[in-house]
Design a protein around this ligand. Structure first.
Ligand code: BT5
Length: 328
């Protein structure tokens, strides 16, 4: 983990869950002086953390700013590789663009780029992804699975399963559903989107950039007017604010696990999970591809992650990439 000394100190406090920590013990553990500890605590106070001194016990963290930085995420982390290198920004144009640069420079498998705000958040096909400051999870995970270029779209489905299962394990008041291929909906409204980009040669994948955008703590007013009728957030549905760092850590745990499972055993088990959590299969849908619009019943996905639609004339059509609308 590439944490600075200040972040290491912070991590101790976050993991102590409100219990005081003695300055001497911290100094001994980290191999620095008590004065150095005190100086780092001063800097943390300037960043919005609040410590009080408790006689004979040490320092106690009593308030923390709402941020998704490396120290915060790592205090929840339960992974083997993912999330050990975290690049955190208060503001960035797009975590995807930055990830592309890092991936080209050889960033390791499981590197995370995360920001409080994106000024140029991207959806698919040059669409805009609204990324309000401090309200959501705007992150890209660089992964380097040993797969062939044509398998890359399956990783979008692996990511969708990872996100939806993380939500299900942390929240109780709603049921998220995957809408093929890359949306997570709650009660029919979009709460999260996934954008997978690939760095590849003809026959080899160098890396995948798994972009994950999740609306976590938005109130309806935090969305621009044009998406207020189609968007929602976890806080709106769960009826309480969520800890973004905890959700990030849970997603990273799932993403690492399911990517490994996929590389070792193929798409079959992921496909089953995806279908279990999908709100698309069995429904009548309208699919708009670049070439045409087709209507029919979504009957499943193939072993390649391709959507199969049963048309009214009995034909089964395979759809590789499209926007779909679920009909009543
Ligand atoms: C997606 O595209 O859903 C992929 C979104 C990926 C965003 C992440 S955030 C971290 C990383 N860095 C980036 O720059 N991007 C990734 P698509 O299926 O094309 O959906 C885009 C459409 O969703 C837009 O045209 C709007 O209609 C809608 N939309 C935009 N922002 C939204 C939001 N915050 N919540 C719900 N819907 C939104």
């Amino acid at each position: 983990m590439n944490l600075s000394m200040k972040d290491k100190i912070l991590q101790h406090f976050l993991q102590s869950k409100g219990e005081p920590i003695s300055g001497q013990q911290l100094a001994d553990e980290l191999g620095i002086s008590r004065t150095a500890i005190w100086k780092h605590l001063q800097t943390l106070q300037e960043e919005g953390y609040k410590f009080i001194t408790i006689k004979k016990k040490g320092y106690q963290l009593v308030a923390a700013p709402d941020r998704v930085d490396a120290a915060k995420i790592s205090s929840f982390l339960k992974t083997k590789r993912f999330g050990y290198s975290i690049h955190y920004f208060e503001e960035i144009d797009s975590t995807q663009t930055y990830a592309q640069k890092l991936a080209r420079q050889g960033a390791e498998d499981g590197t995370v780029i995360i920001a409080e705000e994106q000024t140029g958040g991207k959806g698919r096909m040059q669409r805009i992804w609204h990324s309000a400051k401090g309200k959501g999870i705007w992150m890209t995970v660089i992964i380097r699975p040993n797969i062939l270029p044509h398998q890359a779209p399956q990783l979008t489905l692996v990511a969708a399963v990872s996100v939806v299962m993380a939500m299900k394990s942390l929240y109780q008041n709603f049921t998220p559903e995957i809408k093929w291929p890359n949306d997570i909906l709650i009660n029919g409204k979009k709460c999260a989107g996934i954008l997978t980009e690939m760095l590849a040669e003809m026959d080899r994948v160098d890396g995948l950039l798994i972009g994950i955008g999740i609306n976590t703590n938005h109130e309806l007013d935090d969305f621009p007017e044009d998406i207020q009728s189609i968007a929602t957030s976890i806080a709106i549905e769960e009826k309480k604010k969520v800890d973004r760092a905890e959700l990030v850590a849970e997603i990273l745990k799932n993403l690492e696990h399911f990517t490994d499972e996929y590389v070792e055993n193929g798409f079959t088990s992921i496909k089953t999970l995806w279908e279990e959590h999908s709100g698309t299969i069995g429904k009548r849908i309208k699919a708009s591809t670049i070439r045409e619009t087709i209507e029919g019943q979504a009957i499943g996905i193939t072993d390649e992650g391709v959507l199969e639609i049963l048309l009214d004339d009995g034909q089964v059509k395979k759809v590789y990439s499209a926007d779909i609308e679920i009909q009543n």
